[in-house]
Design a protein around this ligand. Structure first.
Ligand SMILES: [Zn+2]
Length: 429
């Protein structure tokens, strides 16, 4: 039996791991790497031999390449939660619509994929059995529908975390640490080398900074946010703190927010979510949208719009309308990758033209949907102790600073840990 790491090694993007056993092939995620142009993880097996794909969640760095497997007559079993099916359809469809580059599949393949998914809900104890492998599906706490998989094969248990958040947020419950003994763990490390400040403190700072702009200065706050997960989290935070000003929502967050109304059972607080959606103003998609957007930037309130790192989307339009007034603000809430406009304005206060000095207030509030270093390490300790130190860990999905930071901390504790290189294989027994 072997594990082969074909994507997401020492980086974030193109997440994919192969598991081979007795002529059967299984895949955990098959994401897209959005660099200068999109690329897919390289496959070294005949696609016809692929038995099962486990999709952890809808983010494109995990799901974006999956339609590739649905272009021939024989397609693999594709396992995900019902919410992940809805969200990955929205996200991959959007990627296909907006991509300026060649992708080796089109909408037909996406629709075929969506029609052929095998849906499983979270259940911490119910083992499913398919094609030589048994598996459990666990709530990973990262975005709506996100799952971790525990697979039992040849008498060994393998846990693939996907992306995880152990902390409870306003939108979702955190991942629970209640596992059987595990032999091998493949884990993410987005924040493997840093900790988040206490969540409730960040929430309170965020809301009071917004109130200062909107209520005291009659200004407008733009919160650039990913349409899946983060936008809904911001809506829930604002509603939880009972804000009394308008909250506008634009971009993909609108369809995602509406879709989640049919999946309330996976959220932390159904009523909070329903009320947050009801009390937010969704910019219309029809001909009134320009008027509504102008209205939103001209009045005191909050606008939640994509993209989260200002790589595109309507957040660019809103920013351009807001940056010249010191009574306005742009509050970033997610990880800002290097070479994004979000990172640039945070570090330099200079707009994308390279010369306009931004007068609006720019701040970052770390409202992450990933576990920080301490949470990852206490999760590792729990698993390590449960197996009396007989678990081997593989660290993926993090840039080198984070994979190495986590590796060093685990090595110090004497835990068997690897940071796989791209294409590296491990025989596991
Ligand atoms: Zn993710």
């Amino acid at each position: 039996m072997k594990l082969k790491f074909i994507g997401g090694c020492k980086q974030i993007g193109g997440q994919a791991i192969e598991l081979e056993s007795k002529n059967r092939v299984y895949l955990f995620d098959y994401g897209i790497l959005m660099d200068k142009k999109p690329t897919l993880p390289p496959l070294d097996f005949d696609v016809k031999n692929l038995d099962i794909i486990f999709l952890s969640h809808a983010h494109l760095d995990h799901s974006g390449g999956l339609p590739l497997f649905f272009s021939g007559s024989k397609s693999p079993i594709l396992i995900m939660t019902p919410t992940t099916r809805v969200l990955s359809k929205i996200l991959i469809d959007d990627m296909l619509r907006l991509s300026e580059y060649y992708l080796p599949f089109m909408r037909n393949e996406l629709m075929d994929m969506i029609n052929k998914t095998s849906l499983f809900s979270y259940n911490q104890t119910l083992w499913h059995h398919l094609k030589g492998i048994e598996f459990l599906i666990i709530d990973a706490g990262h975005i709506p529908g996100s799952a971790s998989f525990i697979c039992k094969i040849n008498g060994k248990r393998i846990l693939y975390t996907g992306d995880v958040n152990h902390r409870t947020t306003r939108l979702l419950n955190g991942m629970s640490n209640n596992f059987p003994k595990i032999d091998y763990v493949i884990m993410e490390s987005t924040y493997g080398n840093s900790d988040h400040p206490p969540r409730v403190e960040v929430e309170k700072d965020f809301v009071s900074a917004i109130e200062n702009i909107v209520v005291s200065k009659n200004g407008t706050v733009l919160v650039p946010a990913f349409g899946v997960g983060r936008s809904q989290e911001i809506m829930c935070i604002l509603h939880h703190y009972n804000v009394k000003f308008p909250v506008y929502v634009d971009g993909m967050a609108r369809s995602v927010s509406r879709a989640l109304l049919n999946h309330l059972e996976i959220l932390r607080d159904e009523e909070l979510y329903r009320n947050a959606v009801e009390n937010s103003y969704f910019i219309s998609v029809g001909k009134n949208k320009h008027l509504e957007r102008q209205n939103a930037v001209s009045n005191p309130g909050v606008i939640i719009a994509p993209s989260g790192m200002l790589k595109g989307g309507t957040a660019i339009f809103y920013s351009e309308e807001l940056i010249n007034n010191p009574d306005n603000a742009i509050y970033l809430v997610s990880f800002q990758l290097p070479d994004t406009l979000g990172r640039q304005i945070l570090e330099t206060q200079i707009w994308k033209d390279g010369k306009t000095k931004i007068k609006a207030e720019i701040k970052h509030f770390p409202l992450s949907s990933h576990s920080g270093k301490s949470e990852l390490l206490s999760f590792v300790d729990y698993i390590h102790n449960k197996s009396n130190g007989n678990t081997t860990f593989f660290i993926v999905h993090g840039d080198e600073d984070n994979t190495d930071g986590l590796y060093s901390a685990m090595e110090e504790k004497g835990i068997s840990t690897f940071v796989p290189n791209l294409g590296e294989e491990f025989q596991i027994l």
